[in-house]
Design a protein around this ligand. Structure first.
Ligand SMILES: O=P(O)(O)OC[C@H]1O[C@@H](O)[C@H](O)[C@@H](O)[C@@H]1O
Length: 344
């Protein structure tokens, strides 16, 4: 699994010494990304050995408000009888004190999911390196009083009508027997009904119309990926696609065709690539990067704000934007996105 490799650092043995060495800090680099840059040689180290995991699992139908109660621990323990996944799950007070589910795989990779919006707020590689970016302004907003007025911006928010402002329910568990990944399902009820499944390196989104009228929506997995060097970051896999350029005026996007093999960032970018391929990669500027493989998401959004603040992240999203999903009563929709960190 890609998660076993050092995050966002070049681990390609064939790379030159210059390519393998961490890049010198530049004024345009985000400090967090720099701290994560692997030291020379680290790319070849084996992930730290960890003690055998305790087998603990997650609660069925756990209410967000009860997430930290002793009952939850009991539920988790009971579920351990049912599933034999190599890892453990904990419910903690996460960002802004929000109830957050932590999934830890035996290989060392982990993910954190805030029940507020079902937002994935952290995804760490086996090496401990964080892949996702959390916006500092978002963290400040989360520290405010309830009810939350703003969604979490950062990590991987689930864009679905109203979903980012709702607390979700931890709904069920399942085991992927082939990959033996930890999987959690979060249930968001809003208009229709959406289920978001998260495992350590992939996500499923599903929606069902449980009402008695047709239901239409757009949706996205709005993944924020932190980059080490914005000047070196590039996205591949978009050449030849039509896209809506929303940079100048989001309400009146300009339709264009992408001629570049690699999309680079010299200023703000806000583009919706239409009918995109199911594989895109973001080279973060270290010779490695994040890849997204999708199933049944039509579009890809590349969004890079260019603010006065030194926020160097890129949002590479799987989206259903150009053709809204229309569900009749009783119908359902399902899609999948899988993220990985690879040498590119
Ligand atoms: O809601 P957030 O996380 O602040 O992100 C907003 C941005 O999300 C992007 O998906 C859109 O393309 C941008 O137009 C928009 O500004």
């Amino acid at each position: 699994m890609a998660a076993a490799k050092p995050a966002l650092a070049c681990a390609n043995p064939a790379a030159t010494a210059e390519q393998r060495a961490p890049r010198a800090p530049t004024a345009r680099c985000h400090p967090q990304a720099l701290r994560r840059t692997a030291p020379p040689g680290a790319a070849h180290q084996q992930p730290r050995r960890r003690p055998p995991p305790r087998r603990r699992h997650m609660a069925l139908a756990t209410r967000a408000g009860a997430a930290a109660s002793p009952d939850v621990a009991a539920d988790i323990s009971a579920l351990n009888q049912q599933f034999g996944i190599p890892g453990r799950v904990e419910v903690v007070a996460g960002l802004g004190g929000l109830p957050t589910v932590v999934l830890k795989h035996a290989c060392g990779a982990s993910a954190e999911v805030a029940l507020y919006g079902g937002c994935i707020t952290s995804w760490k590689q086996a090496s401990g390196d964080e892949v996702l970016y959390m916006r500092p302004d978002s963290l400040k907003a989360l520290a405010g009083p309830e009810p939350k007025a703003k969604p979490i911006s950062g990590g991987i928010p689930h864009c679905f009508p109203q979903a980012r402002l709702l607390f979700c329910f931890l709904s069920c568990t399942q085991r992927l027997s082939v990959h033996r990944l930890l999987v959690l399902c979060f249930l968001l009820c809003c208009g229709g009904r959406a289920t978001v499944c998260v495992c350590v390196c992939s996500g499923h989104a599903a929606a069902a119309n449980t009402g008695d009228a047709p239901f239409e929506f757009t949706a996205a997995l709005h993944s924020y990926i932190e980059v080490a060097d914005v000047g070196e970051a590039r996205v591949r896999g978009l050449q030849g696609l039509e896209y809506l350029d929303k940079t100048a005026d989001p309400a009146n996007p300009v339709r264009k065709r992408e001629e570049r093999e690699e999309v680079t960032f010299e200023g703000p970018v806000d583009s919706v690539y239409l009918k995109a391929r199911d594989y895109v990669e973001l080279d973060v500027g270290t010779g490695a990067g994040g890849t997204v493989t999708t199933n049944r998401w039509d579009d890809v959004v590349v969004w890079a704000p260019w603010t006065a603040m030194p926020e160097f992240y890129r949002s590479l999203e799987s989206a259903q934007f150009s053709s809204p999903v229309r569900l009749k009563p009783g119908e359902h929709w399902r899609s999948q996105a899988e993220w990985a960190v690879k040498d590119l």
